[in-house]
Design a protein around this ligand. Structure first.
Ligand SMILES: NC(=O)c1ccc[n+]([C@@H]2O[C@H](COP(=O)([O-])OP(=O)(O)OC[C@H]3O[C@@H](n4cnc5c(N)ncnc54)[C@H](OP(=O)(O)O)[C@@H]3O)[C@@H](O)[C@H]2O)c1
Length: 257
């Protein structure tokens, strides 16, 4: 992989401290690697204990669905990095039983989806952004999904929580822009990751035909680095006039307008 450089030849994110949630595999792991390549100091987090972070990155185990989990993570961030300049809210997903319907999603599944896909970002931002605001700079990326608009009854809780995340992201961007903090949302399309493959296998059992014809118009599924490339752009100074935006990175599969 090529090193990302700024105009003077130095790594573009040298001196920046970054937190990546869900950094142990899939899209998050690619974001961690690319941030390291760009010279950032990186802390990754996930629930798994059996994960070895790439050389140069720190790793903290946390379940960010709870208030206690996000507080422990924020404390670890302060202890290990002293604070953050870049926050990538990537951990996400939702359980859905085979053949489930929107009406059958239990209250517990709804709460889980909201806690992981929306409230984890809200809670972590409330703990970590005040220091960013005092410093007068920062970049936040909320990972949503490109597949927000086509109705998928079994994933109503997932889509609703990601819709909330995008709406929150826009509001936060407006509030934090005067403090030099940029906030953007990014929606991956079909990306080859453990979580993405597992979800699509469940959808395929429900609807073989549409799953088979769902190759994005660009002719292939995405790779984690396709998404990480776009995240790196959003957190870099090349995007210094970009805030409150939503970016689909989906091979053209889910046009929003
Ligand atoms: N892949 C796709 O096709 C696709 C499409 C649209 C949107 N997205 C979004 O992109 C993001 C990344 O997706 P992915 O496919 O890379 O997912 P993935 O392969 O399932 O990886 C998810 C990551 O999040 C961590 N995680 C899950 N629950 C957590 C929790 N409660 N607390 C802390 N960490 C947790 C996982 O580690 P542990 O399990 O060890 O905690 C793992 O590191 C998600 O927000 C997803 O909704 C993905």
């Amino acid at each position: 992989m090529t090193t990302v450089e700024n105009g003077s030849g130095a790594p573009a994110l040298k001196g920046k401290r970054a937190l990546v949630t869900g950094g142990s595999r899939g899209i998050g792991a690619a974001v961690v690697r690319q941030l390291l390549d760009a010279g950032a100091e990186v802390l990754a987090t996930a629930r798994s204990t059996a994960y070895t972070a790439p050389e140069g990155a720190a790793f903290v185990t946390a379940d960010i669905r709870t208030e206690a989990g996000t507080q422990a993570l924020a404390a670890a961030v302060r202890e290990r990095l002293g604070g953050v300049d870049i926050l990538v809210h990537n951990a996400g997903g939702a359980r859905a039983d085979e053949g489930a319907s929107a009406m059958a999603i239990s209250a517990g599944e709804w709460q889980d989806a909201l806690d992981l896909n929306l409230m984890a970002a809200v809670r972590l931002n409330s703990l970590l952004v005040p220091a960013m605001r005092e410093r007068g700079s920062g970049a936040i990326v909320h990972i949503s999904t490109a597949a927000l608009l086509p109705p998928v009854p079994a994933f109503a809780h997932y889509q609703a929580s990601k819709a909330g995340l995008e709406s929150y992201s826009r509001a936060l961007a407006a509030e934090l822009a005067p403090f030099g903090i940029r906030v953007n949302a990014l929606g991956p399309g079909r990306t080859s990751t453990p979580g993405g493959e597992e979800t699509r296998k469940r959808w395929a059992r429900d609807d073989e035909a549409s799953a088979a014809t769902n190759t994005p118009p660009i002719g292939r599924d995405g790779q984690p680095d396709d998404i990480a490339d776009a995240v790196l752009f959003l957190v870099s100074d090349r995007a210094s006039w970009l805030t409150g935006a939503y970016l689909s990175v989906d091979g053209g599969e889910f046009p929003r307008n």
